[in-house]
Design a binder for this molecule. Structure first.
Ligand code: ZN
Length: 157
């Protein structure tokens, strides 16, 4: 029976919770399972590490420290920028906006100064995952060349 290893394509159902509050931050419940090519940086590192060797039908629950999840919160990623840089947009706390270097969150607005945070929303968080392996198969040559898994109706490339 194929197991989860580098260059396998795994399909999993998962629920991610923040262990301290019990808040579910992401789940595949009610959706198609998540399918990914193992070992090609599609997932956070600890998620794949904890699933290595798992077979179809197996369930695993594990906890990832920030270092194996979205990394620590970086102080330098919190910056103050002038509100005029937002152009047409009126920044408000809690907004997630896109920039040339990725998404960021508006932390606070103080007159013409806007404090923004480029850290991933889950940076610095310990994450708990409950995962059920729905399928494991070998990747096709095309998937390996592309560096990602292809779904059943993925005809775009
Ligand atoms: Zn592709």
């Amino acid at each position: 029976m194929p197991t989860i290893e580098k260059d396998a394509v795994a399909s999993v159902h998962y629920t991610g919770t923040l262990p301290e509050s019990g808040e579910v931050f992401d789940s595949s419940e009610g959706r198609d399972p998540l399918t990914f090519l193992v070992g090609h940086k599609q997932m956070i590192p600890g998620f794949e590490e904890e699933l290595m060797g798992a077979e179809k039908g197996e369930r695993r629950t594990f906890t990832l420290e920030p270092e194996r999840a979205y990394g620590p919160k970086i102080a330098e990623a919190i910056q103050q920028i002038p509100s005029e840089m937002f152009g047409e947009i009126t920044p408000e706390p809690g907004m997630t906006l896109m920039s040339d270097v990725g998404p960021f969150n508006v932390v606070s607005v103080d007159g013409d100064t806007v404090t923004v945070d480029f850290n991933h929303k889950l940076a610095g968080e310990t994450l708990q995952f409950s995962v059920e392996v729905v399928d494991v198969r070998a990747a096709s040559e095309e998937e390996l060349a592309h560096g990602h898994a292809h779904g059943p109706d993925d005809n775009e490339h």
